[in-house]
Every structure is written in C-alpha cells, then in structure tokens.
Write a protein that binds this ligand. Structure first.
Ligand SMILES: [Fe+2]
Ligand SMILES: [Fe+2]
Length: 290
C-alpha cells in the first residue's frame, strides 16, 4: 500500500465523545496542565492557517500532497476541539476552538506574517527546495508534538487526560511518519535542497508556535513540560531521527536551541549541570537508535 493510501485508509477524527468526563472531573486538572493544554489547543488551532498559506502556492498543487494536507488539517482541528472540550468538561472557562483560533491568529505576531511572506517567496523561486523544506519542517515539529503529548500522558494523574493525550499522540506519530518519509523522498539525490534545508534548520529551528507566542513564552512552556535536562534528551531524540535523512548527518539544531534558551528559563526548569545535560543527550540518542 502506498503511503498516501495508508493514510486515507486510517485517517479519522480523534475519538473523544466516549471519554468518561465524570471521572475526568473527579480527578481534576492542575493549573500547570491547564496552561499546557491551552498552549497545545492554540497551536493545534493554527494548523488551518498554515494549511491556507501553503495550499495557495502553485507548487503545492500536487494531488497526493493536497490529500495529505486535507487529512492533516482535519485531524489537527479536532485535536484542538477535543482539548477544548476536555477543559470545558473539567470546569475550565475556555472559548470555543474556532473563537480561540481566530483571536490567536488576529494577534499573530509580525514574525508569523513575515514567515508567510518568506514562504511564498521561496516557493516561487525554488519550488523543489521549498517542498523539501516544508516536509522536513513538518517532520521536525510533528516529532516534538508526539513527544509532548506522550510526556503529558505520563505526567498527569488524570486517567482521562492520559487517554486523550495517548490517542492524539498516536495521530501525531502518523503525521511524523508521513512527513519524514516524504522529506526523505524529496531530499534524496538533491544536495542543494539538503544544504538549503540544513541551513534553515540550523538558523531558525524553534518549536512550533513561534509565530503566535513570543519566543520566550514558547521556550518557557516547552521547558516546563520537559524540565531541567529532560529537554536535552527529547531534543536529542528528535534531531537523531532527523539526522537519518539524506544530508542531515550530525544535525544538532534541536539541542542547540535547548542550549540557547537556558539563560531565559526560570531557575527550576534550567538544566542542572553540563554532565547531566550530556547524559540526557546520550539517553535521547540511544532511544532514537533503538
Ligand atoms: Fe495535533
Ligand atoms: Fe500533527
């Protein structure tokens, strides 16, 4: 079965109607979890705007790619919807997914708008490299998203939130797999695209959501979810997976980012020592190789 046929066969909206919300309410959610869920819901809700920006480019008018993007956008929309519903059921006052996404976008920072513009420019001048970059970037971000939902599932004491995060993580893993193999196809035998993608990753890597949150807000949230040296383990895991792609050997943009944000983090989330940091990186690399 081709990659796209596989996705068509199993694409669906994440199940949440069957969750036991009485149990969810009984266990409740912590302030930290509310903050994380709101951040996740905001980012998920922005997918439609990424979709709209990229879908209007001539270079994306490839039937297979449009098919995938349509399913991807649909699934991400329901991630935001399900998280919002979960918070509502737990008595957290929160706007609807659509209202939130419209507001977040209206407040999108100059950076997000500039990215849209730069994206259009690259797509016109170097369409093949652009698609390679889009796929690579998608894989990078989906890999982090998978890790983030799994982390929340492991951390929370609320069994219903745990289940919801696991279900979403399963779809995120599938998104990652698609983007990863699509970028492999588009990088293979194209040294210029490889160099270009590597350059952009090294210069601009930051976790998804950079355009809608300030860099500092985004960094602090990611570091709260992966505190101290744990962030180095996760970032090392991600970059090692990406380093298996053509022309990406030795990639270190993710751990580089984790190192760069250390000074702006509150003391309690900062990595404890260089030794701990190195051990964590090794652990991440071993996990990626397993
Ligand atoms: Fe998602
Ligand atoms: Fe995703």
């Amino acid at each position: 079965m081709s990659d796209i046929a596989y996705h068509i066969a199993i694409s669906n909206k994440v199940e949440f109607e069957d969750l036991d919300f009485d149990t969810a309410r009984k266990h409740g959610i912590t302030d930290q979890e509310i903050e994380t869920l709101k951040y996740f819901a905001d980012i998920e809700s922005q997918t439609v705007y990424y979709f709209l920006e990229v879908a209007k480019l001539q270079v994306v008018r490839d039937p297979e790619l449009l098919t995938f993007l349509t399913m991807w956008n649909y699934e991400e929309y329901f991630h935001s919807y399900a998280l919002t519903r979960f918070m509502e059921e737990c008595g957290v006052p929160v706007e609807s997914a659509t209202d939130r996404s419209t507001k977040v976008r209206a407040g999108a920072r100059f950076k997000a708008k500039f990215e849209d513009f730069a994206q259009g420019l690259i797509a016109k001048s170097a369409p093949k490299s652009f698609i390679g970059l889009w796929m690579f970037w998608g894989a990078l971000q989906e890999c982090l998203t998978t890790q983030a939902y799994e982390e929340l599932a492991n951390q929370t004491k609320n069994p219903v939130l745990q289940e919801l995060c696991r279900r979403i993580a399963k779809q995120e893993r599938r998104h990652f797999a698609y983007y990863w193999s699509a970028s492999k196809r588009r990088l293979e035998g194209r040294p210029n695209t490889q160099k270009f993608v590597r350059f952009i990753a090294n210069q601009f890597y930051a976790p998804v959501g950079g355009g809608v949150k300030t860099d500092e807000e985004g960094a602090r949230l990611v570091a709260k979810l992966f505190p101290q040296e744990r962030i180095f383990e996760v970032m090392s895991y991600i970059e090692k997976k990406m380093a298996l792609l053509p022309g990406m050997a030795g990639l270190d943009c993710c751990t580089g980012w984790a190192a760069k944000i250390q000074p702006i983090l509150p003391e309690e989330t900062r990595a404890r020592s260089m030794g701990e940091r190195r051990d964590a990186q090794k652990k991440g690399a071993d996990r990626a190789a397993a």
